[in-house]
Design a protein around this ligand. Structure first.
Ligand SMILES: [Zn+2]
Length: 351
């Protein structure tokens, strides 16, 4: 059966109305953890290299290679231009009185050129994003190997206007599918799988839980992609808005493609656009099917790619994918709100 392909073109594109932000791993999004250390002013600049050499031998900053040992003093008119990190508070000798003599044993570091120590906080981990770097640097100078793509993505500027226009169109297709599912009494969730290399929509699906408890929109889409490659497990023939295109034939069809060309493994390199953040089951299915990127409109309380878990960045899984949220966020949220509203009405009616 032919779906309503005309509606796939989307409404008049207003891709300026939303911004897609990346859903980063916990490590990338967490606050900057700080640890206490003793620093001391370098009162004689000429002693700097010797002090650095001797301090690094006496108190190596193991696992803290991101921390710069010396910093310039920011305050204008300071009597000393530089400060050096002597040691971590946890590495200092256990003495009641902390002064430069108690920190430096007489045979380790010559104290010439060093003033009295004071406590500072230094970042415990290397910063992974520019916001983390900027926060960390407020405490102590830190090196940073910037991932420019992440920086641009965090500003919401990763996608160009033509890319956003296409993303808008894909999510509009997912919204249209969600609406079609809702009209059949399903949860209002829609999804679209796209091959970004060819800009071809590979599959469109909506929630089909009326039939089967596992047929969430993303699961339906993955099965439809498998069908486009001659596999798949289920039939969604009775849902006109669910279907796939086979790579060898242009028109949208709902029967397995007979002349399938060599295919990547299910969703390898493909993008999923889904109106609502996928749950754990769907997120794991996306891992197994090797999805490339996931774009979702609105978060879900049980969401597994940002809200409750971040399965896409789970270190011990053997596949990871990028996740962006906020594509047509308002429209996707309205869809869910409407869905819940309808549900509530049904509950009330049945009382
Ligand atoms: Zn799900």
């Amino acid at each position: 059966m032919e779906p309503q392909t005309k509606r796939w073109k989307g409404s008049v594109c207003d891709s300026d109305s939303w911004v897609a932000y990346p859903v980063l791993s916990d490590e990338q999004s967490q606050d900057v953890e700080l640890i206490k250390a003793f620093a001391a002013p370098i009162v004689n600049k000429k002693e700097t290299s010797r002090l650095l050499r001797e301090l690094s031998t006496l108190y190596p900053l193991n696992g803290l290679q991101h921390i710069k040992r010396v910093r310039a003093v920011r305050e204008k008119g300071s009597p000393h231009p530089l400060e050096v990190l002597v040691c971590l508070v946890s590495d200092a000798p256990d003495t009641k009185v902390i002064n430069i003599d108690s920190l430096l044993p007489s045979d380790g570091v010559r104290r010439d050129g060093l003033g009295e120590p004071f406590v500072v906080k230094v970042p415990a981990r290397p910063p992974l994003t520019r916001p983390q770097f900027e926060l960390a640097s407020k405490h102590w100078p830190t090196s940073f190997h910037e991932d420019k793509q992440v920086t641009v993505a965090l500003r919401g500027e990763l996608f160009s206007p033509p890319q956003k226009a296409r993303m808008h169109m894909y999510m509009t297709s997912a919204l249209t599918a969600a609406q079609a599912g809702k009209e059949l009494g399903m949860e209002a969730v829609g999804a679209v799988v796209v091959d970004p290399a060819t800009e071809r929509i590979v599959a469109v699906g909506h929630d089909c839980r009326g039939d089967h408890p596992l047929h969430h929109a993303a699961m339906v889409c993955i099965d439809l992609v498998a069908q486009s490659q001659g596999g798949g497990r289920y039939s969604f023939d009775r849902y006109p808005a669910c279907g796939f295109t086979s790579p060898t034939s242009d028109p949208f069809q709902s029967a397995p493609g007979s002349e399938a060309s060599p295919q990547p493994y299910i969703c390898t390199g493909y993008d999923l656009y889904v109106t609502r953040e996928p749950c754990v089951m769907c997120a794991m299915a996306l891992v197994h099917s090797r999805i490339g990127r996931v774009f979702y409109g609105t978060a879900s309380a049980d969401g597994a790619v940002g809200t409750r878990y971040k399965i896409h960045s789970q270190k011990d899984l053997n596949h990871h994918f990028e996740v962006y949220k906020g594509v047509l966020g308002k429209q996707c949220e309205d869809l869910n709100g409407l869905g819940h509203h309808i549900k509530r009405e049904r509950v009330q009616q049945s009382r």
